[in-house]
Structures are given as C-alpha cells and as structure tokens.
Ligand binder design. Sequence first.
Ligand code: 5GP
Ligand code: MN
Length: 320
Amino acid sequence: MNNLFTKFKEIIANNKSFAIISHLSPDGDNLGSIKSLYLYLKNLNKEVYPILFDKIPSNLKFITNDIPFTSNDKLIVDVLIAVDCGDKKRLGNIEYIYDNSKEIIKIDHHISGENYGTLNIIDPQISSTCELISKLFLDLNIEITPEISTSLLLGILTDTGRFLYERATEDTFQMAAKLIENGAEKDLLMKKLFQSNKLNALNAINKINNNAKFYYDNHLVITSVTNDFLNDYNLEVSDVETAINYYRDAEEVEVSCMLKEKENNKFKISFRSKNYVDVNLIANYFNGGGHKFASGCIINGDLKEVEEKIVERFKTINWQ
Ligand code: 5GP
Ligand code: MN
C-alpha cells in the first residue's frame, strides 16, 4: 500500500487539473470520499471538477451543498479520480474524459470490479473508501481538517451501518476516533444521516415492509418499490431504501433483497446478507457486484419476472 500512496502523492504534485467522478446512485461513502479529496485538492490550489451524472439522495445534500458539481462529460483534465466504484460502467458516460486524461486514479474497497486506473488503490478488507482515504491522508501527512474529517466520518458511518457490520474493525473504530479528535462533527452526522427521516417516508417504509414476501423458511425476504408507489407518496427511492434493513435484522432472515423500479421493465436490486451468504456472487451472476454482505445489480423484466429470477437463483444456497 505504501508504494501506492507515494505514487498517489507524486501524481497529485505533478499535475494541475483534476476531475473527481461520482458513481451512479451515489451513496455516503462515495460523496464523503469526493468531498474529502475535493477539499484536499482545493487546499493545494489545484483546478478541481467534481462530476455528477445522477441525483444526490436528499439526506446527503447537507454534505454536498458546497461542492460545485458539473455534469459536463466533455471535460479535459490531467487526472481523473474515481472513488468507491469497482466497475467502470457504474461511473456513467465517462469515456471522453477517461480517454483524454493522462492518469486515472481508482480508490476503492469493492471485492468485485476491474483495475481501470493507471493507479489502483484498492483494499477489499477495509470498511469503506472513506476509511481508506483517511489512512492515505494520515500516511502521507496530509492535513485532515475538521471539514475533511466530517466528510470522511460520514462514509465510515454509512458503509458500516453505524459500526454494525463486521467490516467495522478495531482499526475502523480507531480511525473514527481520530477523525472526531480532528473535529469531525459526529453528532451532526448522526442526526442528519439517521434521525432526519420524513414522517411520510417512514410511513412508506412501513407499507413496503408490510408487503414483504418471505422464501426458503424465512431465510430470504424480498421487498419492492415501484415508481407509482413513490409518486403516490411524493418520495424518491433514496427516501425509502432503508426498508431493506428492517427484516434483515430478524434472526430467521439471512438475506434481504429490495427491488427498486428504475424505469419500465428495469429494476435496480439491492442485496444484504448477515452471516454466510455471499451476495456478491449472486449480484455477479446478474452482472452486478459489491461486497460479500452488500451488493447490487440491474435486472430487466416486470416485477413478477424479476422476483422469480431472484428467488430461483437462491435455490443454489445451502441455508443454515
Ligand atoms: P446498494 O444496494 O446500496 O446500491 O449497493 C450495495 C453495494 O453493491 C455497494 O457497495 C455498491 O457499490 C454495489 N452495487 C450496487 N449496485 C451495483 C451494480 O449495479 N453493479 C455493481 N458492480 N455493484 C453494485
Ligand atoms: Mn463504499
């Protein structure tokens, strides 16, 4: 890792203009990573262009308000930086920028994916890309300002489910403590991320879970959300995504899966597991990816067909 960190510093020192690209369906780890790198490069007086092709979830807007995102896909910069994204195709339409950049830096913690960078800093064991960037900054003696600390702690909190998951290790807790010591606004983050739900959204989440379907002796639970449903409640999909966690927390449930309609006959699927099922393998089968306990993919078909395809795939699992 140390060699990679040194190479990172060299690339930063030797170049002037940078684009930092978010992935589709950006999440806390992605946006926290982008903001920390944006602030770091700005402090060095570099030219920085954060790029966003998708929508920011409403509960994360507080952290991105002051990031001047552009959706310009015809930028020419020295260096393109992609964070928290295993697969290049999840970055959206970046071919032009990709082809015209001298260097591509990939910083990531996904098990799946390809080395699309000229520099690939990847640690599949670490809790989050934000923890990896914290390590990188500490190692390179880069100043972690209070604002950078808050951005980095955000990604650690969201990717570990507030330190619930196994990947929240002793190192993760220690890094979080260091960030708080450096001025990260822990209480603000906790409230904004986890205690600022719209009442309406919580009602919708109840409804989604009331319609959950259980398979394989309750080891698998499937919930779904359509665009009509969201329109009825005047909500966005990101407002109700936490529904996936509700039944996952039941002792009997090993895998929780949520189907989210993207457009007609096209669903974004999220998988979460708890103990032994590797949902990355399930997502890989459907050309998606992620981690052992959290993964996703896109499946085409109507709701019933998509659900059947998923249930069928879990036939291969030896439930414990
Ligand atoms: P989520 O369900 O929160 O969207 O994603 C869970 C994990 O799976 C994340 O780490 C995310 O990067 C990964 N993931 C979600 N959707 C996709 C996808 O379509 N392709 C790939 N390769 N990974 C995905
Ligand atoms: Mn992540």
